[in-house]
Design a protein around this ligand. Structure first.
Ligand SMILES: NC(=O)c1ccc[n+]([C@@H]2O[C@H](COP(=O)([O-])OP(=O)(O)OC[C@H]3O[C@@H](n4cnc5c(N)ncnc54)[C@H](OP(=O)(O)O)[C@@H]3O)[C@@H](O)[C@H]2O)c1
Length: 334
């Protein structure tokens, strides 16, 4: 591919789509044209692209004419229906939804881990992993390369923006009602998140896990190219606007001290070590908002599992967890 691309952002009115437009502009992506696409409901609306405004177009086959790169973030159903249409029209589709992630003919790519996989895309589609998986594998990759990770126990503390714009509005409304002592609307959150935490992703009856958790199991293996890694996840939604946090405990096949892990993480692409816990320094969701790097702190030996390691990993779910990762893939294509 050469520079001067026509880029479509599908889902341009959503929280990820808006972040995609911001990231494309901030990074000076070499686009000769950017088009904003959403549902019929949003046709004619304006969305910001730098200091310009783009008029939103309703999705239809014609919007993909001449498009080189189509960044999709409009949910799995839209990707399943329209991703192949965009690919058939000649676009490389980079899809943020879960629609194609585990398809053998679709690479699942985190540039810091496996950008080479993006070259083999028989369906013309590249999948962006789940936000929680992305920030975890960015931190795990250098440790896996050095010592081979065998087991990961991870608990997430996921921001409400990970559930989309309606969920953000719903939490704001719940907070206002709580402050005024009025009855709370559960809305799209399907429960009280203000002053609380929730586990309301789709449940997999057979395993007792949430789909969000199973994504971390399967996507981690696909991205790191190692089906032997055992992942034990618990996913939790917390009343934080932006920034997912993860408590990770891991075991490796070869010895890995906290000191060596710190060295590896300090040298790793896409990682920033923020770790001086004795001085009260550790990453928080507010620290990562708007930042590209995945922040890693609390690097320590696992007191309950000598030889194991524990980490605290924080990342901007809209940026590295979605929009930035997709744009980095697009940058690698040109
Ligand atoms: N939020 C995150 O942290 C995150 C991270 C990784 C991946 N993702 C994935 O990214 C996708 C979007 O998430 P989001 O959080 O940005 O959701 P969102 O804020 O709810 O935005 C959804 C977008 O999809 C568009 N859309 C809905 N129905 C459509 C249709 N029939 N045709 C065309 N466009 C349609 C919406 O357009 P209208 O305004 O016209 O309805 C809107 O632009 C999801 O697949 C999600 O799983 C999200």
């Amino acid at each position: 591919m050469t520079a001067g691309k026509k880029v479509a952002v599908v889902g341009a009115t959503g929280v990820v789509g808006q972040e995609m437009l911001r990231v494309l502009h901030q990074r000076g992506f070499p686009a000769r044209e950017v088009i904003a696409v959403a549902s019929e409901r949003s046709a004619g609306r304006k969305v910001a692209f730098g200091d310009r405004e783009l008029e939103v177009r309703a999705i239809c086959p014609e919007v993909f004419e001449g498009v080189d790169i189509a960044l999709f973030s409009a949910g799995a159903d839209i990707s399943l229906e329209w991703g192949p249409v965009a690919a058939a029209a000649g676009a490389v589709v980079i899809d943020n939804s879960s629609a194609f992630r585990m398809d053998d003919d679709v690479p699942l790519v985190v540039p810091e881990c496996n950008i080479e996989a993006a070259a083999n895309r028989p369906r013309g589609i590249i999948a962006n992993p789940n936000c929680s998986t992305i920030q975890m594998v960015v931190a795990l990759k250098p440790l896996h390369d050095e010592a081979k990770i065998e087991r990961v126990v991870v608990s997430t503390y996921q921001a409400v923006s990970g559930a989309g714009a309606p969920a953000v509005a719903c939490l704001d409304a719940q907070r206002r009602s709580l402050a005024l002592g009025e009855p709370l609307e559960m809305g799209v959150l399907e429960g009280q998140l203000a002053g609380n935490l929730l586990m309301h992703w789709s449940r997999d009856e057979a395993s007792g896990y949430q789909e969000e958790e199973l994504k971390m199991v399967h996507e981690t293996r696909k991205i790191l190219g190692d089906d032997s890694i055992r992942v034990s996840p618990t996913a939790v939604r917390v009343p934080v606007a932006t920034g997912h946090s993860e408590s990770i405990a891991l075991e490796t096949a070869r010895p890995l001290t906290p000191e060596r892990a710190r060295e590896l993480l300090e040298a790793a692409p896409g990682v920033e070590v923020v770790d001086d816990f004795a001085a009260g320094v550790y990453p928080t969701p507010l620290d990562c908002e708007g930042r590209d790097a995945v922040l890693v702190g609390r690097i320590r030996e696992d007191i309950g599992n000598p030889g194991g390691l524990q980490l605290w990993v924080v990342g901007d779910n809209l940026r590295k967890g979605a929009a930035l990762n997709a744009v980095q893939i697009a940058e690698a294509l040109i």
